[in-house]
Design a protein around this ligand. Structure first.
Ligand code: HEC
Length: 150
């Protein structure tokens, strides 16, 4: 019961807060520095994707699918880096957990959960959505900065 209501709250907060985050970041367009995403990348992504993003982190061996080589995203998309697509992939809303095939954690849920803590006020939800969006934007900017030139 308690777990179900926590999940419901998270679903609500995520559904409500992320579009709000999109609106608030649209009002103040600021280029996101790649450097801001580096700490999250090394702490959260490198275990699977590797410190250099090439898909060979220490946890990769235990996965059914090899983590993607994140330095070739641009090349795999015809040379242009697909910011919006990569944002959605990291956020995880493009792939419902019910699909059951995703090995990547749903980082949108993780970041909103960390930012919300135990509060459910609208104000907190908005801030949590903005914070999650900011962290994902920084990760996208970081991935864009490590694209291989070959
Ligand atoms: C538990 C291991 C794991 C962790 C941790 C992880 N990933 Fe992944 N990631 C994967 C796997 C495996 C794939 C390949 C698709 C799949 O099977 O889900 C993937 C795919 C991706 C893709 C899609 C690449 C493409 O070319 O389409 C992106 C982008 C990505 N990860 C970014 C991240 C970021 C950013 C983080 C950290 C915030 C992260 N990943 C953390 C396992 C992981």
């Amino acid at each position: 019961m308690k777990k179900a209501s926590r999940l419901l709250r998270l679903a609500w907060v995520t559904a409500l807060a992320l579009p709000l985050a999109a609106v608030s970041s649209a009002e103040t367009p600021q280029p996101v520095a790649a450097e801001a995403g580096k700490a999250d990348f090394l702490a959260l992504c490198a275990p699977c994707h590797g410190e250099d993003g090439r898909g060979d982190g220490p946890a990769a061996a235990g996965l059914a699918h090899r983590p993607a080589d994140l330095t070739h995203i641009a090349r795999n998309h015809g040379g242009g880096f697909p910011d919006a697509l990569i944002f959605e992939t990291i956020e995880g809303l493009d792939m419902p957990a019910s699909h059951g095939t995703r090995e990547m954690p749903v980082w949108g849920d993780v970041f909103v959960g960390e930012a919300v803590g135990s509060s459910v006020s609208l104000d907190t939800a908005k801030k949590a959505g903005a914070e999650a969006g900011r962290r994902i934007e920084a990760l996208v900017a970081y991935l864009k900065s490590i694209q291989a030139s070959d």
